[in-house]
Design a protein around this ligand. Structure first.
Ligand code: SF4
Ligand code: SF4
Length: 113
């Protein structure tokens, strides 16, 4: 049973999931599908730590990482890697948000002057 599922009807082939997954789980195929989209393929599912970063980054909510399979498969050492990856994923999203907030603040300050 596949742990990672990409909804081909939603995926636009932006490749963000492939770029952001540091475990190199995804690969972009050379060939496009019938709609001209290169839907990434989770070729290294066994490397996935279920950090959730790909699902957070996907602008089309096309990715599902099966949490149930995760619980069954997890070993102790994988759990600690997963926790670390989750923290890093959260930090990256938060730092992205902070950058946006800083930019907004700068723009507000500019507007006021
Ligand atoms: S959940 Fe994390 S490790 Fe798994 S494919 Fe997505 S980004 Fe990669
Ligand atoms: S991030 Fe989402 S839309 Fe972009 S290639 Fe990956 S699955 Fe497709």
């Amino acid at each position: 049973m596949n742990m990672i599922t990409i909804n081909e009807n939603l995926c636009k082939g932006c490749n963000l999931c492939t770029e952001f997954c540091k475990r190199k789980v995804y690969e972009q195929p050379e060939k496009m599908d019938s709609k001209g989209v290169r839907v990434p393929v989770p070729v290294n599912e066994e490397e996935c730590t279920k950090c959730g970063l790909c699902t957070l980054m996907c602008p089309d909510q096309a990715i599902t990482v099966d949490e149930k399979i995760k619980a069954e498969d997890s070993t102790e050492s994988e759990d600690s890697t997963e926790a670390k990856d989750k923290t890093e994923a959260k930090d990256r999203v938060e730092s992205k948000d902070k950058t946006k907030a800083d930019e907004n603040l700068k723009m507000d300050e500019k507007d006021e002057s």
